[in-house]
Design a protein around this ligand. Structure first.
Ligand code: RIB
Ligand code: CA
Length: 329
């Protein structure tokens, strides 16, 4: 990507690294799992208020199960895990077992979770948390389809102004799509939800494929996980061994993009990312380009700038943060 001028992660009124209270909205997915582990391994930077599962990579019964498996693996069974929406706002669910396997966490054998799933619906948890916590003190970290977030905003518009920031993994512009020629998976699964989120007015930082495709699980990076000598490190290496096969073959690359942990790494070390504050809109009409995130990178329209759209990352810093933090678990 020929990027003339990039600003760092704090431009456009964004927040420097400070201790954050976050809700992770997720569809585990091996890369989601690594993002959750990074968050739980970084208490000096992040307080995880809860994890809300959404249908995406695999159906909801599996994503909520997988979220609990990851919390148990990390030894954090007190983190409340909620099941959210089981289908997009108005479309049939599209899943990604071809990448993540039938369970969504294929690779290592993992025991069934024993920690309880919370009774409340994930959307209700998002609404109640934002109403309870001080306004502007909670960051939403969606790393799957945006159905839960959009449903919460529709059901309780009063919470929109109370969100500190949305930091999401999704979208693509120069990197083009991964589930269709035009669209990235998280946006494609529920484009109407993404449209609601991108038009919400909340300060939003986006980790699109443009940046995640520069964070590849090369052999040396995976060796960094394996040589931790911990059970968690071995699990992460085996997840990577499984899910990277699809992208390595598709892109004939040295490794697969480790998408979702970019969201958490941004909260800890925003300076490792660079991007630009631009307008981003979501295609919800055309079958050909459904779910495409159209980024006005060169400012050729007067559409309002609504997203810090990341385009590059210091991959060595990224993987060194991942290995140093996950080694703590
Ligand atoms: O396109 C990548 C995204 O889709 C990641 O969040 C991955 O987990 C899948 O959900
Ligand atoms: Ca995901």
């Amino acid at each position: 990507m020929a990027i003339a001028s990039l600003d760092n992660g704090n431009a456009g009124g964004h927040f420097a690294a400070m201790r954050r209270k976050i809700i992770i909205d997720t569809d585990p997915g091996q890369d989601d799992a690594v993002a959750i582990l990074l968050a739980l391994a970084s208490p000096e930077n992040i307080e995880v208020l809860g994890i809300t599962a959404v249908a995406g990579n695999v159906p909801l019964p599996l994503t909520q199960r997988n979220a609990r498996i990851v919390c148990e693996l990390a030894g954090h069974t007190s983190i409340p895990v909620f099941a959210g929406c089981e289908a997009p706002l108005s479309r049939k669910l599209v899943t990604a077992e071809h990448v993540h396997g039938k369970t969504g966490l294929d690779g290592p054998q993992l025991p069934d979770p024993t920690m309880a799933l919370q009774d409340a619906h994930g959307v209700d948890f998002i609404i109640e948390t934002l109403r309870r916590e001080a306004a502007g003190s909670v960051t939403l970290c969606p790393i799957g389809p945006l159905t839960n977030i959009a449903t919460a905003f529709q059901r309780a518009p009063d919470i929109i102004g109370r969100v500190q920031e949305i930091v999401l993994m999704g979208g693509a512009y120069f990197e083009v799509g991964n589930i269709t020629p035009a669209a990235e998976f998280n946006i494609y699964v529920d484009p109407e939800a993404a449209d609601i989120v991108f038009k919400s007015g909340v300060t939003t930082t986006v980790m699109p494929l443009d940046v995640t495709h520069k964070a590849l699980t090369t052999a040396s990076h995976v060796q960094g996980f394996r040589s931790m000598g911990t059970h968690v490190g071995r699990m992460v290496a085996e997840w990577t061994d499984f899910f990277e096969r699809y992208d390595k073959e598709k892109y004939a690359s040295e490794g697969a993009p480790l998408h979702d942990p970019c969201v958490i790494a941004y909260l800890i070390e925003p300076e490792m990312f660079q991007g630009r504050h631009v307008n981003v809109e979501v295609e919800t009409g055309s079958d050909l380009t459904l779910g495409m995130t159209v980024a006005d990178w060169w400012g050729v329209t007067d559409r309002p700038k609504n997203a810090q759209f990341m385009g590059s990352v210091d991959a060595d810093a990224y993987f060194s943060l991942l290995t140093s933090r996950i080694a703590r678990l």
